[in-house]
Structure formats: structure tokens, C-alpha cells
Write a protein that binds this ligand. Structure first.
Ligand code: MN
Length: 316
């Protein structure tokens, strides 16, 4: 508590500029083991908009995060250097142009060797992240926790929006569907073909009912087996969480994961090296007065930092 050197514990935490978990703001390439990057983009939403305000809300909710993680007995913020890179700069009004801008700004960060932890933003941005990540790592295995598979081809003629990023990424050769595992899918669909299309692309998925019935360790084992030695992109859509706990999101579906279930699933991935993480679809205008959705998202991001710390520890 008295460790004045750690920005995370410099009291009082409700004061000061809102960087993620009170970590240093830095745009110096090579400065951090992990770079937290905000992507304030929501031109890809199909129902409720608002995730352009997600990075700001998640950062605000993150300032209570402390360095030490008791269940993992891990110094999350002390054993690695985590920097807040700030937000990518976007031109509003054109989704495809913005995707190019996101990839262009992420590329040097990824090339510097940092693990990226992106705060979204709607899920369209995953396509831009994958462009930057694949540029360095080659095609990646996708580990997705989401109420939706986001593998549509188009919606009312639009090919670039938050229902299509993983189909576009597959077409662009950025993903290895045969090494990817999607989990948490639930809610009504337009037809059974939606799911068949996901499988036809080569993805495997675990629906939310099945996921909730699994032991987290079994989920972790299934992810390990599926991704093999591929580089990994771990993407968490906050709508995977039940809207009672995460109402502030664009396309809510009832009967989702409880927060403790989601954290346990993430902890089950300990030891897997992840090239890039994101937490997306937080829509603060629809959040509750206590900003619960942003709080859950900040804690999901914290678990991702824990995974990064463990992977770094085990690196040769
Ligand atoms: Mn999604």
C-alpha cells in the first residue's frame, strides 16, 4: 500500500489523469512489454452506437485496479512494464478509412515487440488489429469470447461492420480458422445458416450453454489443443457477459456469462502466449449509473495483463 514507486498505488487513485490502471502514458516505441491502446471507433455498430466512448470509460473504471492478483499470486503491474499508449487518431465518418488508420498506427507498436491490449471500440476494429498483428506474426489463431461469432459476409450491403471482422480477416489471410476457437455464442439468429457459415469457414465454436457447463480447466485445455503453436489473438466482446452485469453494449443478449465465470475462463488460459488482446463493445451511453459494464471490462483487461505477465515469466 505504501509503495510510492508504483503509479498504480500512488494515492489517491481517484485523482490524476485517467491512464489504464494508473500506468505511465508513453508513446515511445519499445518502452512497454504491454501497450494499452484505445480505439474510439463505433462506425461499425448495427444497433446501439456509443463504443467510441469505450476507451475513456474503461480507463476511468480501471484506476481502482491494484498491482497484486491474489488468485494467481502474481504482481501483474510490477513484473512487466505496462504503458498506456493513448488512443489511435481517427477520421470520423468512414469505417474503411478508419480501419486503415488503426492498422497503420498499431503496426509500429506491434513491430516494437510490445503485446497490444486494445480497448474498443466496436468489434470491427479487430480486423485492423489483425492486419497489424499478422504483419509481424503471420496468420493468427483467434480465441474469441463473444455472444456473436461476427463471421457474417455482409449486412444490408455493408461488408465492413461489427458483424463481419472475422470473415474479412479470414479472407485477408490474417487468421487460421482451423486453429481458432469461438465461445459464448447465444441469442436468436436470422437462421441456422448463420452457424453453418461459421463452421464452413473452418471455425469451431462453443455456444454459451455448453461453455457455462464446462469446467474452466476443460475450456483452457480445449483452447490449448486448438491453437497449438500458432500466434494467438484473444478478443473479448463485453456482450459475452450477461446484460444484468454489462448492460452498456451494442447488441445485448440475455443469459450470458456471469463476471466470475468470465474471469475463471480467462485464468484458465494461463501460460498461453498471446500476441494481441482486446476488450470491445463497451457502450458507455447505455451503461448503468455505476458504470458496471466499464468496470467489468477493466477487470477483463486486467486478467489479460495477468496472462501477459505469466507468459513473459515463462518465456525462454
Ligand atoms: Mn463481437
Amino acid at each position: 500500500m505504501s509503495d510510492q514507486k508504483s503509479p498504480a498505488s500512488a494515492p489517491p487513485r481517484y485523482s490524476g489523469i485517467r491512464t489504464f490502471a494508473r500506468q505511465d502514458y508513453s508513446r515511445e516505441l519499445g518502452d512497454g512489454d504491454v501497450a494499452v491502446v484505445g480505439v474510439p471507433f463505433d462506425l461499425g455498430t448495427s444497433f446501439r452506437a456509443g463504443p467510441r466512448f469505450g476507451p475513456e470509460a474503461i480507463r476511468s473504471a480501471s484506476v481502482l485496479l491494484r498491482p497484486y492478483h491474489p488468485p494467481l499470486d502474481l504482481d501483474v503491474l510490477g513484473g512487466q512494464r505496462v504503458v498506456d499508449w493513448g488512443d489511435v487518431e481517427l477520421s470520423p465518418g468512414n469505417a474503411e478509412r478508419a480501419l486503415g488508420q488503426i492498422a497503420e498506427q498499431l503496426e509500429p507498436v506491434v513491430a516494437s515487440g510490445a503485446t497490444t491490449l486494445v480497448l474498443g471500440g466496436d468489434h470491427t476494429i479487430a480486423l485492423a488489429e489483425l492486419r497489424a498483428l499478422a504483419d509481424r506474426h503471420g496468420p493468427l489463431a483467434l480465441v474469441l469470447i463473444d455472444a456473436h461469432a461476427d463471421t457474417w459476409d455482409e449486412y444490408r450491403g455493408e461488408r465492413y461492420f461489427h458483424g463481419t471482422p472475422f470473415r474479412r480477416a479470414t479472407e485477408e489471410g490474417l487468421l487460421r480458422p482451423e486453429r481458432s476457437l469461438l465461445a459464448g455464442m447465444r441469442g436468436s439468429l436470422y437462421s441456422a445458416q448463420d452457424l453453418a457459415d461459421t463452421r464452413e469457414l473452418g471455425f469451431e465454436y462453443i455456444n454459451c450453454e455448453e461453455l457455462r457447463a464446462m469446467e474452466p480447466a476443460d475450456y483452457g485445455a480445449r483452447v490449448r489443443e486448438r491453437v497449438g503453436d500458432s500466434p494467438v489473438f484473444l478478443s473479448f466482446d463485453i456482450d459475452a457477459i450477461d446484460p444484468a452485469f454489462a448492460p452498456g453494449t451494442g447488441t445485448p443478449e440475455v443469459a450470458g456469462l456471469l463476471p466470475h465465470e468470465a474471469l475463471a475462463l480467462l485464468r484458465s488460459l494461463a501460460g498461453i502466449e498471446v500476441a494481441g488482446f482486446d476488450v470491445v463493445e463497451v457502450s458507455p451511453p447505455y451503461d448503468d449509473r455505476a458504470q458496471t459494464t466499464a468496470l467489468v471490462a477493466a477487470n477483463v483487461a486486467y486478467e489479460m495483463l495477468a496472462l501477459a505477465a505469466i507468459a513473459k515469466d515463462r518465456a525462454p
